[in-house]
Design a binder for this molecule. Structure first.
Ligand SMILES: [Zn+2]
Length: 135
């Protein structure tokens, strides 16, 4: 799939990625040993962070992005305008479930930042989740 970068990282992108990296330190990932951190900014300007939290049952595991999103929503936020994701090793592209959860609280043109090979890649949500499920 051909994904184009919409432009270079902004100062806010870099700051959000730093927050995601900090959040990654709290990752609970004894099974995959794949620590992930995420940070998002809401329309109201608040920042929420999250890390992946694994479980022995595997299925009860929660991704870093969803942890951050659920923290924001549980604090009354309903609109996220940008989310940053970083993994300790490898790429940090969000899984399909997280992309769908993002689509619930983000617009198609909102920004998803993914650190890949030490580089911040910047996508519109619609680029990484075309034809999201909607009711
Ligand atoms: Zn996920």
């Amino acid at each position: 799939m051909d994904i184009k970068l919409i432009n270079k990282a902004t100062a806010e992108d870099i700051a959000l990625m730093k927050e995601a990296r900090k959040a990654m330190k709290n990752s609970y990932s004894p099974y995959s040993k794949f620590p992930v951190g995420a940070a998002l900014i809401t329309d109201s300007g608040k920042i929420f962070t999250g890390c992946n939290i694994e479980n022995a049952s595997y299925g009860a595991t929660n991704c870093a992005e969803r942890t951050a999103i659920f923290k924001a929503v549980s604090e009354g936020e309903r609109k996220i305008r940008k989310i940053a994701i970083v993994a300790k090793k490898g790429d940090a592209y969000p899984c399909g479930v997280c992309r769908q959860v993002m689509s619930e609280f983000m617009d198609k043109n909102d920004i998803v930042l993914v650190e890949v090979n030490k580089e911040i890649k910047r996508f519109r949500l619609e680029e990484i989740l075309p034809f999201a499920f909607e009711l």
